[in-house]
Design a protein around this ligand. Structure first.
Ligand SMILES: Cc1ncc(COP(=O)(O)O)c(C=O)c1O
Length: 420
């Protein structure tokens, strides 16, 4: 029987060394994605920028990797910004997002000279202005627009539709109110617009439609306010292959068309071609990660279902419960054995909804076997919780066949250390 090899390493040996549940990340795969971004976007098209959407997976080590790979970073909270500061991430290469940024977070961002604040609503202008005034700085911003474009993905990860909690609604009144309010501000410089329409998208059409709408807006604000857009941030959202999905698209499937559409639309309106920015998250890290679990209880309900329970679940991977996300998995210590059974992989949280995978085809398993769930690099560790007081797993990064611990497994003591 042979063991599953991931990033050149024996996963069963790593499970023995670090315990389970265990997040394994391949730095080599992350580097490959960053290289594709440099080769097929940044170095291929002039006047382009790329920021890693750190919400997908963020540790200090990941911030160091992104810094080394020459990308910028998109952060959405004081905590993500703090992580970037901890590794001396160049602040002018950080953009700050969020639909409800607190004044403390905005001041933290302005004080540390983040490159851009992506203003999500008109009211936020007052907070940015007061922080700019307090720190005697001109704050560079983009307006996040909700273009009213539906995208073919799960409702909870759609963001560009009309009824969205994100962005300034695309109507005359809101935009004019925003531009007029801006003209009163002394500590803010608007550079352009942003829109992110959704996540886990396989089709580039909603991106292109959103661009057509935003470029029209650029035309309108130029005609009405004389404002020349310098930057257009098109967000992220590029899909990856989970169970049952199409294969991940090459980056250029999205970015070549995005650049073409921006250039075509701006030309049609006689506008300057702005800097074009992308913010991929999942596309960079998802397939670079797997999670190892130890199989525990096995229960057959005759004629109904066999439950195979593992030592993790929704606390380390909430996506199946939250989005009905589907994953593939392999029995790591029986990697060469063909499947003979169908089993449902249950998590150990006290929730019937804590099912990682329904009806997985696997070889016969027993307690102690190691199960590897694939493509868990994005929105797993970053969304993990301590539900049922489960300590969060360790994270191991692999590069050139070398493993290193980048996040220590939480202990029970960690769970109560802040309790009075
Ligand atoms: C503003 C913004 N940009 C980029 C992203 C990254 O999306 P993805 O990980 O799908 O590329 C998100 C994800 O939610 C987002 O909200």
């Amino acid at each position: 029987m042979s063991n599953l090899i991931f990033a050149g390493m024996d996963t069963v040996e790593l499970a023995k060394k670090y315990g389970t549940p265990l997040y394994l990340m391949s730095e080599d795969l992350i580097n490959d994605r960053c290289k594709e971004i440099r080769d097929d976007f940044l170095n291929k098209h002039p006047n382009t920028e790329a920021f890693y959407a750190s919400k997908a997976f963020l540790t200090k080590e990941m911030a160091r990797i992104i810094k080394r790979e020459g990308l910028g970073m998109d952060v959405v909270s004081g905590g993500e910004l703090y992580t970037a500061l901890e590794v001396d991430f160049p602040m002018d290469r950080v953009i700050f997002h969020g639909n409800n940024k607190s004044i403390e977070e905005i001041e933290m961002a302005v004080k540390n000279d983040v490159g851009r604040i992506i203003v999500d609503n008109i009211g936020e202008l007052d907070l940015v202005e007061s922080a700019g005034y307090k720190y005697k700085k001109i704050v560079k911003i983009l307006f996040r627009i909700s273009p009213g474009v539906d995208s073919d993905t799960h409702k909870y990860i759609q963001t560009g539709q009309v009824d969205s909690k994100f962005g300034i609604p695309l109507n005359k009144k809101s935009i004019e109110k925003g531009m007029e309010k801006l003209s009163e501000m002394k500590n803010i410089q608007l550079l352009g617009f942003h829109s992110h329409i959704g996540s886990q998208l396989f089709d580039n059409q909603s991106h292109l439609k959103s661009i057509q709408i935003i470029v029209k807006l650029m035309k309108d604000v130029k005609d009405k306010f004389g404002f020349v857009t310098k930057e257009l941030n098109t967000g992220g959202g590029y899909g990856i292959r989970y169970a049952g999905d199409e294969n991940r698209r090459p980056l250029a499937y999205f970015t070549d068309e995005i650049v073409k559409e921006v250039e075509k639309s701006t030309k049609e309106y006689g506008l300057e071609r702005p800097t074009i920015t992308i913010e991929p998250g999942r596309w960079i890290v998802a397939e670079a990660g797997i999670t190892l679990y130890t199989i525990g209880s096995i229960k057959e309900i005759e004629g109904v279902r066999t439950y195979v329970s593992v030592d993790g679940g929704m606390a380390d991977n909430p996506r199946p419960s939250l989005y009905q996300a589907e994953y593939e998995a392999i029995v790591a210590n029986k990697a060469d054995k063909s499947p003979t059974e169908v089993a449902t992989i249950a998590g150990k949280c006290c929730e019937s909804g804590d099912i990682l995978i329904w009806d997985l085809k696997i070889p016969q398993v027993e307690a102690g076997d190691i199960l590897a769930v694939l493509a868990t690099g994005a929105y797993n560790y970053s969304m993990a919780s301590n539900y049922n007081k489960l300590p969060r797993p360790a994270v191991v990064m692999i590069r050139d066949g070398q493993d290193r611990l980048i996040v220590r497994r939480e202990t029970y003591a960690d769970l109560v250390k802040n309790q009075i």
